[in-house]
Design a protein around this ligand. Structure first.
Ligand SMILES: Cc1cc2nc3c(=O)[nH]c(=O)nc-3n(C[C@H](O)[C@H](O)[C@H](O)COP(=O)(O)OP(=O)(O)OC[C@H]3O[C@@H](n4cnc5c(N)ncnc54)[C@H](O)[C@@H]3O)c2cc1C
Length: 405
C-alpha cells in the first residue's frame, strides 16, 4: 500500500456527518490520498448534524436510500477497532400508528417495510399501547411495529469518522470557508476565508483572507449550502431544497419511559422519542428555508404539542428546550452522490434529507468509491444488502443536470 498522503489530494468541503464520513472513507483508500476536510464554522457538526433526532429506521426514505442504510449497519454495529469508546447504536423500536382514514398508507408502509426487514409487522392496538403506555388507544385503528430500529449516538458516530480520518493521516481545518473553487490545471484551487457558513460573503466576493488549498478532487458535502458551493466552483446547482424541521424536549412523568419505543404518526405528522427522563418531540415539519443557522418557530412547537397531547397522555405543558435544523433534499428526495457530469473531479455528497445520519457510513463509502475507483466497491455487493440492490445511477447528480457538452 502507498504511504499516507502520497496519493491524490482531496479536499472535502463541510464537516457535518456527510463530510466526515466521506473524508474517513477516502483517507482509507489504498491509493493513500492526502485528505483535508475544511469546515466554515469553528466547530464540526454545528449545523444539521448536531440537531437530529438520532434514530435509525430501515423502513424510511426512498428505495435507493434504504440500500444505503442497509450498507451502513455493519459499521454501526461493529465499528472499526479503536474508533468508538462504546456502542454506536442502542435498540429502540419504532411504532407507527394510523387512524381509519390512513389504512392505504399503512398497507403500503407495511409492504415496503417487510421488504427491507422481515421483522416489521402489524401488531394489535392493545400491544401498541403495552409498548408505549402513554398512547391513547381511541384514535388508533392500526399499528406498525419495527423492532429492529435503533437510537444512534450521533456525537460518537461523528467522532469515530474524525478519529478514523486522523489515524489515516487526514487533516481537519476549522474556520475554513470555501469561498472560491477555481480550476487549476487538471485540479482545483480553493480560496478560503474565516466566518461561518451562514455569514455574509466578504466585501470582495470570493477573495478570502484564509489559506489557498490545491486539490485533485473536491467533494461537496456542504449540506444546505451544497448548491452555494457548486456556484462557487462555477457549476450548475442541482436544485437542493433545505426544509426546516423543529424538535423540542419535554419532561416525562412516566416511570421507565426511557425504554419505550419511538412512536410516530404513520404519515410522520408528529413523533415522540423517549430520551432518558424526557421525550424528544417533533411536528415533523418541512418548511422551505434559505441555507441558514435554523431556529425553531413557536407556531411549529405549538402544533406538535396539540397533536401529541391528542394522541398520547404525555400532557405536555412546558418545553425544556427547542431547536431546528435544515433537512436538505434533492428534487427526488434521494441523495446526490457522485461526480458532476461536467467536472468529474468535483463530486457531490448532498441531499442527506432525513436519513443523513443513519446512512452516513454507506454514503461516505459510496462517494469515496466513486471518486477514487469510479464504481461502488464491495460494501455494496448485493450479498451485503439483504436482498436490496444499490444502483449508483439512482444517486448520480447527472439526473438533475444537463448532459456535459
Ligand atoms: C430535527 C431533525 C431530525 C432529524 N432526525 C434524523 C434521524 O433521526 N436520523 C437521521 O439519519 N437523520 C436525521 N436528520 C437528518 C440529518 O441530521 C441530516 O441528514 C444530516 O445531519 C445532514 O448532514 P450534512 O453533513 O449533509 O449537513 P450539515 O451537518 O449541515 O453539514 C454541512 C456543513 O458544511 C459546512 N459548510 C457549508 N458551506 C461551506 C463552505 N463554503 N465551506 C466550508 N464548509 C461549509 C457547514 O458549516 C456545515 O457544517 C434529522 C434532521 C433534523 C433537523
Amino acid at each position: 500500500m502507498a504511504q499516507h498522503g502520497t496519493g491524490p489530494r482531496v479536499v472535502v468541503v463541510g464537516g457535518g456527518i456527510a463530510g466526515v464520513s466521506a473524508a474517513y472513507a477516502l483517507a482509507r483508500h489504498p491509493s493513500a490520498p492526502a485528505v483535508t476536510l475544511i469546515e466554515a464554522e469553528g466547530q464540526l457538526a454545528h449545523h444539521t448534524t448536531g440537531r437530529s433526532a438520532a434514530q435509525l429506521i430501515e423502513n424510511y426514505g426512498t428505495h435507493p436510500l434504504r440500500a444505503l442504510t442497509k450498507a451502513s449497519l455493519p459499521y454501526f454495529l461493529h465499528p472499526p477497532e479503536g474508533l468508538a469508546d462504546g456502542p454506536l447504536l442502542e435498540r429502540r423500536g419504532v411504532l407507527s400508528v394510523a387512524d381509519d382514514a390512513r389504512s392505504a398508507e399503512f398497507d403500503q408502509q407495511l409492504a415496503e417495510g417487510i421488504a427491507v426487514n422481515p421483522t416489521i409487522a402489524e401488531v394489535p392496538v392493545a400491544e401498541a399501547v403495552a409498548l408505549f403506555p402513554a398512547l391513547r388507544p381511541e384514535p388508533i385503528a392500526r399499528a406498525l411495529w419495527e423492532p429492529e430500529s435503533y437510537a444512534i449516538d450521533v456525537a460518537a458516530v461523528h467522532q469515530s469518522f474524525v478519529r478514523g480520518l486522523r489515524r489515516a493521516g487526514g487533516t481537519v481545518a476549522l474556520h475554513h470557508r470555501a469561498l472560491r473553487i477555481e480550476r487549476a490545471g487538471s485540479g482545483w484551487r480553493i480560496r478560503t476565508g474565516a466566518g461561518g457558513a451562514a455569514a455574509p460573503d466578504p466585501s470582495v466576493p470570493g477573495d478570502g483572507d484564509g489559506p489557498v488549498l490545491e486539490a485533485d478532487v473536491v467533494i461537496n458535502a456542504a449540506g444546505a449550502w451544497g448548491d452555494d458551493v457548486a456556484r462557487r466552483a462555477e457549476l450548475t446547482p442541482i436544485g437542493l431544497r433545505p426544509l426546516r424541521r423543529t424538535a423540542f424536549m419535554v419532561a416525562s412523568r412516566f416511570e421507565g419511559s426511557g425504554a419505550w419505543p419511538l412512536v410516530a404518526d404513520i404519515e410522520h405528522r408528529w413523533y415522540v422519542k423517549p430520551d432518558g427522563v424526557q421525550f424528544l418531540c417533533s411536528p415533523a415539519d418541512e418548511t422551505p428555508s434559505a441555507p441558514c443557522d435554523a431556529k425553531p418557530e413557536e407556531v411549529d412547537v405549538a402544533r406538535a404539542i396539540d397533536a401529541i397531547n391528542g394522541a398520547t397522555t404525555i400532557g405536555i405543558r412546558s418545553v425544556a428546550s427547542s431547536w431546528a435544523g435544515l433537512r436538505t433534499f434533492t428534487p427526488d428526495r434521494t441523495m446526490a452522490i457522485g461526480p458532476d457530469p461536467s467536472e468529474p473531479t468535483f463530486l457531490w455528497c448532498v441531499g442527506q434529507g432525513g436519513t443523513g445520519i443513519q446512512s452516513s457510513p454507506g454514503a461516505g463509502q459510496l462517494v469515496a468509491d466513486l471518486a477514487l475507483d469510479g464504481r461502488p466497491g464491495p460494501t455494496f455487493d448485493p450479498s451485503e444488502l439483504g436482498g436490496l440492490t444499490l444502483d449508483p445511477t439512482a444517486f448520480g447528480p447527472a439526473r438533475f443536470l444537463p448532459p456535459a457538452p
